[in-house]
Ligand binder design. Structure first.
Ligand SMILES: Cc1ncc(COP(=O)(O)O)c(C=O)c1O
Length: 399
C-alpha cells in the first residue's frame, strides 16, 4: 500500500443531517446475539414458522406464468392497483384505494412522513418509550423530539396537553396503539377516545403505526385512531408480521391533501416498491388467505407468550416486574432498583441469553432498568432455559 495514502484527507464533506444518523443500537446488538448457541429474546423478527412458503411458491409461479412482463417491469409509484384495493377493503373505516400508497416496508412510510412533515427544528412528539426505527427515520430531518409521558395504557393525555402547550405546536404525535414495540402495551378504548378528541381539539396530527394490530390473542384491539379522524391521521401498515418481512412491503393510508407529497417523496426514494412482490402478495391474499393464516400466528404467539409468562413467574427474583401483552411479539420487563439492563446484557450473553436493554427506545430520560423480551422466535424449551439463565444473572447482580 502507498504509505502517503494514509495521510490523504478525505474529500467527502458530510451533510449536517448525516451527523444526526446513528447506527441502530438494535442492529449492533443483534450481531452479538446471533452467535451460535445464544437464546435470543432480543430480535424483533417474526417466527419463520409462520412464513407461508408453499403459498408463496405457488403465487410466484403463477405471477411469472401469467403476468411476467408487467411483474418484472417498472411500475406505478402508488403501487399495484389490486393490492391497494385489497388494503383499502381490509381496513375498518371507509378508505378510497386512491389514498393507499404501497411502501417498501412501513419503515419507508416513516421515512417519507419525516421528509414531508419535518423541518429542521420542528417539534415532534413520541410516546415513552417508542419504536427505535421511527426515531432513526425522524432524526436526519433534525426535529426536536419530545416524549409524552405514557403508562401501561399508552399516551398520558394530560401530559400531551402540557407538552403541546410548552412550545411551538408540534407537527405530529407518533403513536403505536396496538401491542407496541417495545412494550407490548395497547392503548385502551377510553384512552383512544380521549386521545382522538384531544388531538382534534389541539389540531395535532397523528401518525398511527400499526404493524402488530392483527396479532391479537383473545380479542381484537379497539378501532384505530385513524378510523375516528381519517383527515387528521396518517396510518401505517405492514405485511411483514402477517406474511414475511423480506417482502419489504407495507402501506400508508394518507389524507387526500398529504398523499401527493408522500408520493413525490417516494418517487425520489425508490420510484416504486417491488412490483413482483406486490403481485405475489396480492395473489397469496386473494380468496381470504389471511383470514385462515393469521389465526395460526395468533395461536402460536399466544402459546409462546404464556410459556414466557409462566417461566418469568417461576424464576424471576422479587423486584423484577413485567407486563402481560394482549398480542404482538414483545413483553416489557423492569429490573429491581440499582440494576442497569445495558450493563447486565454482556453478563447475560456470557450465559447464552440475550435481550434488548430498554434505554434505546427512549427519546429522552431513558429508564435504564427496562428491557424488551421477544417471545416469538425462541422455542418453548429455549424460553424456559433462557428465562432461567436470565433470572440467575439478575439474582447474582442483585447481591
Ligand atoms: C413499530 C414498527 N413500525 C414499523 C416497523 C417496520 O416494519 P416494516 O418496514 O417491516 O414494515 C417495525 C418493525 O419491526 C415496527 O416494529
Amino acid at each position: 500500500m502507498n504509505p502517503s495514502a494514509l495521510h490523504t484527507p478525505s474529500p467527502w464533506v458530510l451533510a449536517a443531517r448525516a451527523e444526526k444518523m446513528n447506527p441502530s443500537v438494535l442492529r449492533e446488538l443483534l450481531k452479538v446475539t446471533e452467535r451460535p448457541g445464544i437464546i435470543s429474546f432480543a430480535g424483533g423478527l417474526p417466527s419463520p414458522k409462520t412464513f407461508p412458503v408453499e403459498e408463496f411458491a405457488a403465487a410466484c409461479a403463477k405471477v411469472l406464468r401469467d403476468d411476467a412482463s408487467a411483474a418484472l417491469q417498472y411500475a406505478a409509484s402508488e403501487g399495484y392497483g389490486p393490492l391497494r384495493e385489497m388494503v383499502a377493503a381490509s381496513l375498518p373505516w371507509s378508505v378510497d384505494p386512491a389514498q393507499v400508497l404501497i411502501t417498501t416496508g412501513s419503515q419507508q412510510g416513516l421515512d417519507l412522513a419525516a421528509k414531508v412533515l419535518i423541518d429542521q427544528g420542528s417539534r415532534i412528539l413520541v410516546e415513552t418509550p417508542t419504536y427505535l426505527g421511527a426515531l432513526q427515520a425522524f432524526a436526519p430531518m433534525e426535529p426536536q423530539v419530545q416524549s409524552v409521558a405514557s403508562d401501561e395504557e399508552g399516551v398520558d393525555i394530560a401530559d400531551l396537553r402540557r407538552v403541546q402547550a410548552a412550545g411551538t405546536p408540534a407537527r405530529f404525535l407518533y403513536v403505536l396503539p396496538n401491542f407496541q414495540n417495545p412494550t407490548g402495551r395497547t392503548l385502551s378504548e377510553t384512552r383512544r377516545a380521549a386521545l382522538s378528541a384531544c388531538a382534534a381539539e389541539l389540531g395535532l396530527p397523528l401518525i398511527e403505526d400499526n404493524p402488530y394490530g392483527e396479532l391479537w390473542f383473545d380479542t381484537p384491539p379497539p378501532a384505530p385512531l385513524t378510523a375516528r379522524n381519517p383527515d387528521g391521521c396518517l396510518y401505517l401498515g405492514s405485511f411483514s408480521k402477517v406474511l414475511a418481512p423480506s417482502l419489504r412491503l407495507g402501506f400508508v393510508v394518507a389524507p387526500k391533501d398529504l398523499f401527493p407529497k408522500l408520493l413525490q417523496a417516494k418517487q425520489a426514494a425508490d420510484l416504486h416498491s417491488p412490483g413482483f412482490n406486490q403481485r405475489v402478495v396480492a395473489e397469496v391474499m386473494k380468496d381470504g388467505f389471511l383470514d385462515r393464516h393469521v389465526p395460526r400466528i395468533r395461536a402460536l404467539y399466544k402459546a409462546q407468550r404464556d410459556v414466557m409468562l409462566a417461566a418469568l413467574a417461576q424464576h424471576m427474583p422479587p423486584g423484577v416486574t413485567w407486563n402481560r401483552p394482549d398480542g404482538g411479539m414483545f413483553l416489557w420487563a423492569r429490573l429491581p432498583e440499582g440494576l442497569d439492563a445495558a450493563a447486565l446484557l454482556p453478563k447475560a450473553v456470557d450465559r447464552d441469553v440475550a435481550f434488548v436493554p430498554g434505554a434505546a427506545f427512549y427519546a429522552d430520560h431513558a429508564d435504564a432498568r427496562t428491557l424488551r423480551l421477544s417471545f416469538v422466535t425462541a422455542s418453548e424449551q429455549e424460553i424456559q432455559q433462557g428465562v432461567t439463565a436470565l433470572a440467575a444473572v439478575i439474582q447474582e447482580n442483585m447481591a
